[in-house]
Design a protein around this ligand. Sequence first.
Ligand code: XMP
Length: 516
Amino acid sequence: TVLVVDFGAQYAQLIARRVRECHVHSEIVPSTMPVEEMLAKNPKAIILSGGPSSVYAEGAPHVGAELFQTGVPTFGICYGFQAMTRALGGTVDRTDLSEFGRTELTATNDSVLFSGLPSDLLVWMSHGDSVVAAPEGFTTVASTAGAPVAAFEDTDRRLFGVQFHPEVMHTEHGQDVLRTFLYEGAGCRPTWTMVNIVEEQLERIREQIGDKRVICALSGGVDSAVAGALVQRAVGDQLTCVFVDHGLLRKGEAEQVEKDYVAITGATLKVVDAEDRFLEALSGVTDPEEKRKIIGREFIRVFEQAAREVVVESGEHGAEVEFLVQGTLYPDVVESGGGTGTANIKSHHNVGGLPEDLQFTLVEPLRELFKDEVRKVGEELGLPPEMVWRQPFPGPGLGIRIIGEVTRDRLEILREADAIAREELSRAGLDRDIWQCPVVLLADVRSVGVQGDGRTYGHPVVLRPVSSEDAMTADWSRVPYDVLAKISNRITNEVREINRVTLDVTSKPPGTIEWE
Ligand code: XMP
């Protein structure tokens, strides 16, 4: 593995992903981790990430010289580069020549890091302080107007560093520099491939589960689908997938899980039709948080009941379901390790996010993977593109896209409108450009319209197409007018109760993606 030491910048995850794109496994560790602990992971290389602070700032994360005496090849980026310089006796100064954004860099091609690359490169910079003298033993291999030492290397000790950000897209040949460090500088081999990932996970799952019973809650989303398919391949019939149909799904969703998923994975599926139960519990409720809590609570109850039934149906005397599959991803693992106390904006109900007092041991085969890797694993396992490339859909489903009380009729209206929007966006080839497009029914609002010769008094829907990297921030998508026109026309013509289609042009923040 390659350790990416996180100095608190948002870049660490990006670096970790870029390393994996070179087919080398990477793992993010906090900068506070003691060096012995890092060495215990037997790293092939260490990468020090950028950080928000100046090395002179109060509370700036410290790097001791011992990290560079381990013999493990090390690459410092931005803050990591400066921290490395300080620790090894070089000089970092406030030069008043801060550089932000695209910067011209002149590199020496007979270096290791820049071998085979043009000597003039545009790179992405973001620094106030600059390295003005490299530590002893290092050769300066690149410079810019504001950074006399913009990259250095010591090939004997296999230590390297760059002031710019090789991981960002805006840096020309950034990925080449990173790859050169990994392959030439550190001697890593490209063994992190989908086939290996799948093989390794199957092995681990079998080891963990043995001959015990296991269940998986399918949500229809990518993560639980891939996690379930992996476990199915590993232990076959010992797995039962449980799919709770809460009646808040989109058109065709339950059918896709019931038919396609089973056909492709061979999974044993238990579908629980819980529509009545959920709608009854939601009856009369309009408050968004209350809706979310009710849906979360009901889900757990239904799921627990299903788990008990799985045992009974298995017919094995004294059998017990010991394991529960969850589609936890690597970013969740990294983020919960960071333990930052972010404010509770919405109580997210994740179908995977069952409470801890459920008496199961978790099986989390995706906890080392990023979302794009999960999709590749899904493809490797033969899941269809519609499933693998499915856009995010919230656990509480259409329940939080009906503003006002959730009723059967309203769900039916929204389901039709949503299906039309999805169909037209797909037809226009926009599925992978937009992150998702909630369709929201303003069920308590009515407006006057005219259709044929008659007056109508119907409901509006809101289209909420957004583009995003991670759903933490988002912008409204500039969907072409003619696509919007088509959607609007079809919805108002085909869904009788809707006489107005509006577009949400709010970014996040201040708006969230979902309306509730
Ligand atoms: P917001 O509305 O908070 O949504 O901007 C961010 C992303 O999360 C999805 N979302 C949920 N996903 N359970 C989920 O599994 C939930 O309760 C939930 N609420 C919102 C939303 O669709 C968007 O992708």
